[in-house]
Design a protein around this ligand. Structure first.
Ligand code: PLP
Length: 258
């Protein structure tokens, strides 16, 4: 089967309403991760599945926790913060994966386990200041715009080397690697090009100064394209709809429309 056939149309994102539904959806995603890793000659154990729970109410997130999830990705800080408080009894990890305004850095510094969308020094500085105050550090991923679309956040690729070179001054930020969103397209070649670009940027950063990129992991791949991302070297796939079901809220609510 070609990777194209492996891509799932949205219509198949069935809403998980019971713990058994979650078990089944998660098992299916893990099966596809393993198959994609296999095709690429990679070890599936080096690939993290990050369930993305944006728009999902806590009742259903709790079912996902029963089905084995301990760590969730959320696009918006306020929503993530609210959920972390609603579910404080569960001791979950929250990864903020969406654009952050520096005036929200304080919230992230308080509850987040990880921030995947770092793309401005102003935000890095605000996070560092707040983290110093909280006496903690934070895993961060630098977001790169690999699709050249205005609708996507992230650094232009050409600005990445300078940006990475400036991050060490922020001692509380622990760089994990790079994150991207590929172009939304059914043309798998165009999608693959985005993922390849992120990987080559990582490789170049490593050659220039390996200390600046930490473990140099790649966060790329969502419900519609995570198998391609794994074939291209992803270490973290951020999967929402294939686990929780199709979202009613349009994606433009989470990133600006082109
Ligand atoms: C929503 C979101 C995802 C997951 O998208 P799905 O289509 O639900 O898998 C991944 N990354 C980011 C940054 C998101 O906002």
């Amino acid at each position: 089967m070609s990777s194209h056939d492996e891509l799932r149309p949205d219509a198949r994102f069935l809403t998980a309403r019971t713990m058994e539904d979650f078990r089944a959806n998660i098992a299916e995603v893990h099966r596809r991760i393993a198959a994609a890793a296999d095709r690429a000659g990679r070890d599936a154990s080096e690939i993290e599945l990050l369930p993305v729970s944006k728009t999902v109410p806590q009742e259903r997130i709790r079912l996902a926790v029963e089905a084995g999830c301990r760590r969730f990705g959320e696009n918006k800080v306020q929503e993530a913060h609210r959920k972390s408080e609603e579910m404080a009894d569960l001791d979950l990890d929250w990864a903020v994966i969406g654009h952050l305004q520096s005036n929200k850095a304080r919230d992230v510094a308080r509850f987040a386990a990880e921030f995947q969308a770092l793309d401005r020094l102003k935000v890095a500085a605000a996070l560092d200041r707040r983290l110093q105050a909280e006496g903690r550090s934070l895993d961060v991923w630098v977001q790169v715009n690999t699709s050249a679309e205005d609708s996507k956040f992230g650094l232009p690729p050409a600005e990445l080397p300078d940006f990475l070179a400036r991050l060490p001054q922020f001692e509380t930020l622990r760089v994990q690697g790079l994150m991207t969103l590929a172009v939304f397209s059914s043309d798998t070649d165009r999608v693959r090009t985005c993922f390849r670009l992120l990987r080559s940027l990582r490789d170049r950063a490593r050659e220039t100064d390996p200390d600046l990129i930490g473990p140099g992991r790649l966060s790329m791949g969502m419900s519609g394209d995570y198998e391609l991302a794994i074939e291209e070297g992803s270490h973290c796939v951020r999967v929402g709809q294939a686990i929780f079901g199709k979202r009613a809220v349009p994606d433009s609510h989470y990133w600006p429309e082109s």
